[in-house]
Ligand binder design. Structure first.
Ligand code: TYM
Length: 321
């Protein structure tokens, strides 16, 4: 079984990415798994090339610092040729309506004056990421579930139309922390692109900055600490963060504090403890560009080797060779 997943360098990696995705990737990592920085996906919204380059490096450093095996990581654009080819084949396997139905497209397009075509087709590129490598399990937070479903549909359709080439993938969504909320605005998920960043704890935040964001987290006017995700989303978010960091259920985590102040202190302590080794290791890696470059080159070679026979088979059965 191959697990595969990616992270888009549209901003700094935050606590939601870490708890909902990266932490699990590292914990479950097997030699065959693949984790990558999806820099091509960061082009779907307006961006600055210099910043993208820096964030790609930074995201790669954080993946390694979180404990993912250096032999399992790569940068998506290092496979731009292979992915571009498969992307086209899959675009010609996907209906316009299927792409236009994606929730993330609808949300993000609504915020733009003129949405880029890549914003519409990006889930197809994501399907290419997955299918090119023959991945079977895709560990993601719940916001990516619909995109993995599309990859499943396209794999099945392609196989049925032209020949069995692709493994049909399935999403693996964690039970807890699949959707960490913004601390200042629990109505929204924690996101790299948030306009206001006081509710977003970044993995590389200095401890005092992270602590301040947690202490100011929005809760409610009730006083007792109880886990009620529907009625009290801000409080439930803090409890879930604590639960995941300390490895207990949300109900058990809620029982460890009686006041909101106590709960926030416990959350801050657990989060700082969780992020400290990752931040320290990432800083070391970022100070050693040679090492990051070596990991990147090796990852690119391996991923390209892995991709080549499957891409060849797909092009052949599709009538191109
Ligand atoms: P991205 O960069 O938005 O997010 C990376 C991972 O973090 C998860 N995540 C969250 N989990 C919990 N709470 C949150 N608030 C939160 N925000 C994000 C996401 O679910 C994801 O698992 N398109 C993808 C990257 C990608 C990919 C792929 C993933 C590109 N190709 C192929 C899987 C397979 C993305 O932009 O993730």
């Amino acid at each position: 079984m191959t697990r595969l997943s990616g992270i888009t360098p549209s901003g700094h990696i935050h606590l939601g990415n870490h708890l909902g995705a990266i932490r699990r990737w590292a914990a479950e990592s097997e030699p065959d798994d693949l984790y990558f920085v999806s820099d091509l996906h960061a082009m779907t919204l307006p961006y600055r090339p210099e910043r993208l380059r820096a964030l790609t490096r930074e995201n790669l450093a954080v993946l390694l610092a979180a404990g993912i095996d250096p032999g399992s990581v790569f940068v998506q654009s290092d496979l731009v040729g292979e992915l571009g080819a498969l992307n086209w084949v899959l675009e010609c396997t996907c209906g316009y309506g299927e792409a236009a139905r994606m929730i993330q497209f609808k949300e993000k397009a609504a915020e733009q004056d003129s949405a880029r075509l890549g914003l519409l087709t990006y889930p197809v590129l994501m399907a290419a990421d997955i299918l090119l490598q023959g991945a079977s399990e895709i560990p993601v937070g719940n916001d990516q579930n619909q995109h993995v479903e599309l990859a499943r549909t396209l794999a099945r359709r392609f196989n049925a139309s032209y020949g069995e080439v692709f493994t049909v993938p399935a999403a693996a969504v964690p039970r807890a922390a699949a959707g960490v909320r913004d601390l200042a605005d629990p109505g929204r998920k924690m996101a790299k692109s948030a306009q206001q960043q006081n509710g977003v704890v970044f993995v590389l935040d200095e401890p005092d900055v992270a602590q301040r964001k947690i202490n100011r987290a929005k809760t409610d006017d009730l006083r007792d600490v109880r886990y009620e995700p529907e009625q009290r989303p801000g409080l439930a978010n803090l409890i879930e963060i604590l639960a995941v960091c300390t490895g207990v259920s949300p109900y058990a985590a809620a029982r460890t504090a009686t006041t909101y102040a106590q709960l926030k202190d416990a959350v801050a302590e657990a989060v700082l403890e969780e992020l400290r080794p990752v931040r320290e290791r990432a800083r070391e890696l970022l100070d050693d560009p040679g090492e990051l470059e070596r990991v990147r080159e090796k990852g690119a070679r391996q991923a390209a080797e892995r991709a080549s026979s499957r891409l060849g088979a797909a092009l052949r059965v599709a009538g191109l060779r």
